[in-house]
Design a protein around this ligand. Structure first.
Ligand SMILES: Cc1cc2nc3c(=O)[nH]c(=O)nc-3n(C[C@H](O)[C@H](O)[C@H](O)COP(=O)(O)OP(=O)(O)OC[C@H]3O[C@@H](n4cnc5c(N)ncnc54)[C@H](O)[C@@H]3O)c2cc1C
Length: 420
């Protein structure tokens, strides 16, 4: 019998498990992959977007930054953001943080059945390669990203939005002469419209980007145009391109692309579509890598060192909570008595179409109430992470990692308070 079972040891789930165990709850994190971190480690998604470090429920994030820094897996870079992480070191650091806090972890385990009596979840069934177990707990958290746990519990699911956002398959390229590349890209982007480059802790750190939207003066656009004309890239490969260095991985860049543009919009919850996305994405990775090798000075001896083993999914299933947080709450900067978090990240909606993506800056910080993390149909089920109870636009602002960390931490503190 546990006090709290956290289903999904990803971004929000790791923060939840850590906090709950530190607060003395007998906590179990169940994770279907073989490491913690979810999107950060499996989908190679960095950096954590900047958030107010003096904000609400940031203890996990502060501890994570500190430990990652001590292990050489973190830098503070670009507008003073301390969320630049090394995803491999994050696997080790998260293991240590949670186990040191006394949290139990089951890897390679999937929740397959949820047993309920009226408004209470009583137990769950989990399956690993050889084991099938029944586990009881007083409280449960759905931090699966896709709301898989709530679906099994038959909690209400919020209506789908009319369009899907494109998925992304991130990858790493190593063996780069960064000095040579930095000299070339900073000369090409003389006005520094998008490119950054500097030395942090004796290592070159840089970032650059280019998209097919003409919102900015992309210095790389003529290079992409030439590659398309020469047949080295397809137009879809130019939809979104972004690269940046990774702390503790010299000569390596992390690619926040390809944005997977297939012949139709793909459903992130349909295994036929996600399989198509993976195959299309890996083809795009191969073209983009060969493009960089041919057109970017410094990439001559480079190689693909990692392709994410998890698709980058921005939004899939959102679960009905005791309240549904909305775009209006974000825009009005609504405040609450016991807020879960405070954030100012914009409403960030990615589109399959050109000139159709949205990045709506907010005028003031906004807060999230705990009711958006309490499942509508059960007294002992909570939500944390991108499957929270929010409308499509509000989720597009709240899905960032720093907000997910705060959600996980807030749910753990809320559950601990119910034992008092
Ligand atoms: C392409 C892309 C780029 C992004 N860029 C940024 C960025 O630069 N900065 C930023 O801050 N945010 C960024 N985000 C958003 C952010 O990374 C994610 O929204 C956030 O990490 C999601 O956290 P989560 O905890 O909800 O889900 P996840 O981190 O995905 O965790 C869910 C976990 O649940 C596990 N799981 C699922 N089902 C089960 C089951 N049945 N049983 C057991 N375990 C299960 C999964 O394996 C996973 O580990 C980006 C997102 C995408 C897609």
């Amino acid at each position: 019998m546990f006090d709290l079972v956290v289903c999904g040891g990803g971004t929000a789930g790791a923060a939840c498990g850590y906090t709950a165990a530190k607060l003395g709850l007998k906590t179990l994190v169940i994770e279907k992959n073989i490491h913690l971190g979810g999107a950060i480690t499996s989908a190679l998604i960095i950096p954590a977007m900047k958030s107010d470090k003096k904000g609400i429920n940031c203890d996990f994030y502060n501890d994570f930054v500190q430990k990652m820094s001590a292990y050489g897996g973190q830098i503070t870079y670009c507008d003073g953001n301390d969320g630049w992480f090394n995803p491999e070191i994050a696997k080790i650091v998260l293991d240590e943080m949670l186990t040191d806090a006394g949290c139990h972890i089951m890897f390679g385990t999937d929740v397959t059945e949820v047993n309920c009596e009226e408004k209470l979840i009583k137990s769950i069934k989990v399956n690993s390669k050889i084991l099938s177990l029944h586990i009881e707990s007083k409280y449960f958290v759905d931090s699966t990203g896709d709301g898989n746990f709530s679906l099994l519990a038959k909690n209400k699911i919020l209506e789908n939005y009319k369009n899907f956002q494109p998925m992304t398959l991130r990858f790493h390229v190593s063996g780069i002469d960064l000095e040579k590349f930095s000299n070339w890209i900073t000369e090409l982007d003389k006005n520094r419209d998008v490119t950054t480059s500097c030395v942090v802790n004796g290592e070159i750190h840089l970032s650059t980007a280019c998209t097919w939207d003409k919102s900015r003066n992309w210095a790389l656009w003529p290079v992409f145009g030439e590659a398309v004309n020469n047949g080295d890239l397809e137009e879809a490969d130019t939809a979104y391109f972004q690269l940046f260095t990774v702390p503790g991985m010299q000569g390596t860049v992390s690619l926040n692309c390809p944005r997977i543009i297939a012949d139709r919009e793909l459903d992130p919850l349909d295994p036929v579509d996600t399989s198509k996305a993976l195959i299309t994405g890996r083809k795009q990775v191969w073209r983009l890598y060969n493009f960089m090798k041919k057109y970017f000075p410094g990439f001559e001896k480079s190689y693909i060192s990692n392709i994410a083993d998890m698709l980058g999914i921005r939004e899939s299933r959102r679960i009905q909570g005791k309240t549904v947080y909305t775009k209006e709450d974000i825009i009005s900067g609504r405040t609450f008595e016991n807020p879960v978090l405070s954030a100012d990240y914009p409403i960030d909606i990615h589109s399959y179409k050109k000139e159709d993506s949205v990045l709506d800056k907010v005028k003031q910080p906004y807060q999230l109430p705990i009711e958006a993390l309490c499942a509508s149909d059960y007294e002992n089920l909570f939500l944390a992470g991108r499957n929270l109870s929010a409308d499509f636009e509000a989720q597009a602002a709240l899905r960032i990692q720093t907000s997910c960390f705060s959600m996980g931490e807030a749910v753990a503190k809320h559950v601990a308070s119910l034992f008092l």
